[in-house]
Design a protein around this ligand. Structure first.
Ligand SMILES: CC(C)(COP(=O)(O)OP(=O)(O)OC[C@H]1O[C@@H](n2cnc3c(N)ncnc32)[C@H](O)[C@@H]1OP(=O)(O)O)[C@@H](O)C(=O)NCCC(=O)NCCS
Length: 141
């Protein structure tokens, strides 16, 4: 198994990243992926990571630290490269980077219908929080 390189997102990765998100089922009509990327490049862009395998972009993760919690979004691995530790490598890297900010806890949201991914996060030590997730849009995409 060739080794995975985890690195920061670069502007030229955009089309491939959006392709990965599309195939991974992460795109929603109310989230414009180009706008999401543009916003992220304005705020802690060093926490927007991609995974490369032999020069091919095969995974992504977008994280942020709000001064209290770290948050993870857009974790995706190419469907043909799953179960090879790439998702784990991305999450481990994000955890390392968030710790450097002094972040004490990492949170994430899982869409209700995405039951498969719960086993992945559990394998990484995540536990379900006793919390109801709520949201409010401040800008329509
Ligand atoms: C979630 C995702 C990123 C995992 O990536 P991955 O590279 O396949 O994950 P890993 O190979 O690092 O998996 C590590 C461990 O997690 C668990 N795991 C991963 N995927 C799993 C699945 N579908 N079912 C059960 N357990 C799973 C296993 O314990 C696995 O170890 P093993 O392969 O030795 O059994 C990938 O499945 C994906 O892109 N899913 C679609 C997008 C998505 O749902 N993103 C998360 C939104 S919240």
């Amino acid at each position: 198994m060739p080794s995975v390189l985890v690195r920061a997102f670069k502007e030229e990765d955009e089309a491939r990243v959006i392709e990965l998100w599309t195939f991974a089922g992460l795109i929603r009509p109310w989230n414009d992926p180009k706008k999401d990327i543009a916003r992220k490049l304005q705020v802690q862009r060093e926490l927007f990571l991609v995974a490369e395998l032999e020069g091919v972009l095969v995974g992504t993760v977008m994280a942020g630290y709000d001064g209290h919690r770290g948050w993870v979004n857009y974790l995706a691995v190419d469907i043909g490269q799953r179960r090879r530790g790439i998702g784990t490598a991305l999450m481990r890297d994000v955890e390392r980077r968030l710790k450097r900010f002094g972040c004490p806890k990492l949170n994430l949201q899982i869409r209700r219908e995405n039951t498969a991914v719960q086993a992945f996060y559990a394998a990484l030590g995540f536990k379900e929080d006793a919390a109801v997730s709520m949201g409010k849009r401040l800008e329509e995409d």
